[in-house]
Design a protein around this ligand. Sequence first.
Ligand code: CAA
Length: 248
Amino acid sequence: MNKRVAIVTGGIGGLGTEICKHLARSGRQVVAADLPARTERVAAFREETAEFGDAIVFEPLNVADFQACADLVRHVGETWGPASILVNAAGITRDTSLRKMAPEQWTDVIKVNLEGVFNMCRQVVDGMTAQGFGRIVNISSVNGQTGQFGQTNYSAAKAGMHGFTMALAREVAKKGVTVNSVSPGYCNTAMVQAVPEDIRNQIIANIPVGRLGEPREIARTVDFLAADDAGFITGANIPVNGGYFMDF
Ligand code: CAA
């Protein structure tokens, strides 16, 4: 059987890189799609994933651009075959309290974190239903479940992402396509390291496991949901947060 093709948006980021590696280890052809402007990061990503050879490739993409998403998905289909797995891991923060938030700080986060999910899912969903197989995993956040000071934009996008997940899961359930969210807690990534140290230390003090999560711990969950035999899990949100937020 041909390798299943996986697209990971935000693929060269803190979580995205580990997600790409896990999916490649599970035998997938992985396309890491991310902003090309981060040239140093692109170069570092190529080094970090060199051992995987052509099983992990980088393709430039701005998920906020609908047409660019269409072009990428067509290019992937023509080059490696139709995408069977889509991981929406592209995300940005523009943290500030609402009373100081500029309209662009709201719009930028919604456009990348939420509209980007629409833009990519819209492109892959027909191919997945036609194949009778698909796995979509949306990387949400614990802060979409709890809200976070300074993140009205991000928390709205991440909570919205899970509403999207549940709705799309219903639409494609009979076609062999699952749609799930993973909600990471605070992990050891550049995004979290950018939180001021005193605030970050307060957050870590409230994580029952007593430490930040490691990106590979998120990647393991994504890989699990992307497996062929994970077909009965759909519309779910899997928290991976060290016990930071527990829900029933
Ligand atoms: N809870 C309650 N009060 C808080 C607070 C909090 N968490 N943080 C700040 N405040 C208080 C301050 O003490 C200050 O009080 P005074 O006015 O009385 O001095 C006031 O609120 C500051 O308000 P500002 O309007 O000045 O806040 P700001 O616009 O400067 O924003 C902030 C502050 C940048 C948001 C800062 O609080 C911060 O960085 N918080 C952390 C945000 C965070 O956790 N982001 C997560 C990024 S990682 C990620 O998102 C990945 C993931 O999915 C987990």
